[in-house]
Design a protein around this ligand. Structure first.
Ligand SMILES: [Fe+2]
Ligand SMILES: [Fe+2]
Length: 211
């Protein structure tokens, strides 16, 4: 862990290093709360953005050479650092733990059926202490109570931002969202009772206010 931290310190810019440490801290706390291996969560949190120490053209080239990203990831720089980063961690740091690599691989899009560790890294990325946006404190509170619900709220925010910016919405994010709804409603077909479906224009307006 210390070697990984040193490497990141030396190679990442200051803000990326601070963000990575923030995600490490939040992932560790979430892991303890939800009964997941805290060491794995810490390491995955610390290294989740490892791919970002490389420029997009380099990531793109590596992805092409090693068949790492689908057409959507290749098109969208914000997505590509996740699958390529996981690959780089295996090559450069010798990380072999598939649970850690898998969590890092999906940390930008999510995916249906991902591990608890992957959900924790996804959420920690959104609530780490350095994050400051409208609703983050509410999300931090939900994070301490219900992992799936917190991940769902974080994912919906991300999806809204992607739509607002006319960016590519990765299909895995849609599948992730649907799988969370099914988990949250326990497949009981009562989706209309779930609060996310109770459309409230005033609330929507507030949530969509640019930060
Ligand atoms: Fe990232
Ligand atoms: Fe991140």
């Amino acid at each position: 862990m210390d070697a990984a931290r040193r490497l990141l310190y030396n190679r990442a810019g200051n803000s990326l290093f601070l963000h990575s440490q923030g995600v490490e801290e939040s992932a560790s706390k979430l892991a303890l709360r939800y009964g997941v291996d805290a060491k794995k969560a810490s390491l995955a949190g610390l290294l989740h953005d490892y791919g970002k120490i490389y420029s997009h053209p380099v990531l793109y080239q590596i992805a092409l050479e090693h068949d790492l990203g689908d057409e959507f990831c290749l098109k969208e720089p914000a997505l590509l650092h996740a699958p390529v980063g996981a690959w780089l961690l295996k090559q450069e740091l010798g990380i072999e733990d598939e649970e850690i690599l898998g969590a890092i691989r999906v940390h930008t899009t999510g995916a249906a059926g991902i591990s608890c560790l992957a959900k924790i890294v996804y959420l920690a990325d959104c609530i780490e202490p350095g994050r400051d946006y409208l609703g983050v404190d509410d999300l931090r509170k939900i994070s301490g109570v219900d992992l799936d619900k917190a991940v769902f709220v974080a994912l919906e925010r991300t999806i809204r931002r992607v739509l607002d910016r006319k960016k590519i919405l990765h299909p895995d994010s849609v599948l992730f969202r649907n799988s969370l709804i099914l988990a949250l409603t326990k497949n009981n077909q009562e989706l209309h009772k779930y609060e996310a479906y109770q459309y409230n224009p005033a609330k929507e307006e507030k949530e969509n206010t640019p930060e």
